[in-house]
Design a protein. Sequence first.
Length: 410
Amino acid sequence: MKDVYILDAVRSPRGRGRAGKGALSNIHPQELLAQTLLRLAQKSGVAIADIADVVIGCVTQVGEQGACIARNAVLAAGWPYSVTGTTVNRFCGSGLQAINFAAYGVASGEQELVVAGGIESMSRVAMGSDTQYLDAGNLALRAKLPMVPQGISGDLIATLEGFTRADVDAFAFESQQKAKRAIAEGRFDKSLFAVTDGDGKVVLDKDEHPRGDTTLEGLGQLKSAFTDLGAAKVGPNGESLDDLAMAVYPSVKAIDHVHTGGNSSGIVDGAAVVLLASKSYCDAHGLKPRARIVATATAGDDPVIMLTAPAPASKKALARARMNASDIDLWEINEAFASVPMYTARRLEIDHARINVNGGAIALGHPLGATGACLLGTAVDELERANKASALITLCIGGGMGIATIIERV
């Protein structure tokens, strides 16, 4: 297999994912992704016609995000008709999966230059617009595996692991503080670009979701987000969602609903893409890559607790790279809920100081299909800034999956 190099990465700012309220809510998702593609081409300087494909992750592929948003964004960007596009859905891992799929094309020798990343405009295409249930209404599957909403899964992890409300709030506070420092020091500036409207007016040039004034006291006053949902009677015999989850985990007598809007990932709009190339393409065009993809992996785990698979996915990627968790300088573990990176860190025995050093989705937001690409780009920038060698990016995924990618700085 051939080496796969990361030439560059860009992302939009993340806007609040509220219809008519967020700064990006008036930008069609195709146009948001098109601007991101254009910025990547401008920044990297490659010949657009050389791009073999554009692989884009998007979770809610309906309405404005339907009809192969990857291809439509290529056309909206005014790129040559010869540049193709395809759209991928692996739930919250979609953006990173798109990058990994693109990497396979380069590694195989079939492609020389590929763009990959993700998009999600959550203010315009609401989460769950495609289906209300993870099982898509398959009652036979539901009888076998009651896939409860992810917030309840996050609370179930916390309950089993003994993470208290104070624990998850402390993690969330640290995420906000890390993001505040990163923004103040310009750590995101290398990849970030300003999004404009149809008249060329800047509508957003910085992340809109972070709350640098967050306090532990304020976090502690927030109401649990999933208590009422957990009590909802939806089972065939009148069981609540909590009851369905506890039936799979009978050792749990009551789920401690510790997650709130303050210690869970934020709903935002955003897009991010990276440029991957072969060594032969880099050599032929005098291009200096920034990083190399070392190993990738996916893993499955119990779909009821759902959010634990970043740990086995990371282990698989580390084994393929012949590395240990202690060999990784920087970890980007998506903060879907505070319990997820806390659980992953515990299972892999990761030094907390190496995790999400510039904050995560609790502070910055989680634009579902784009987050994996956001995290990878952030990791590349931070490896260079801190003069570090390696990073591992991992995300939990609906249905009990995880994804991981290891990169090294060139």
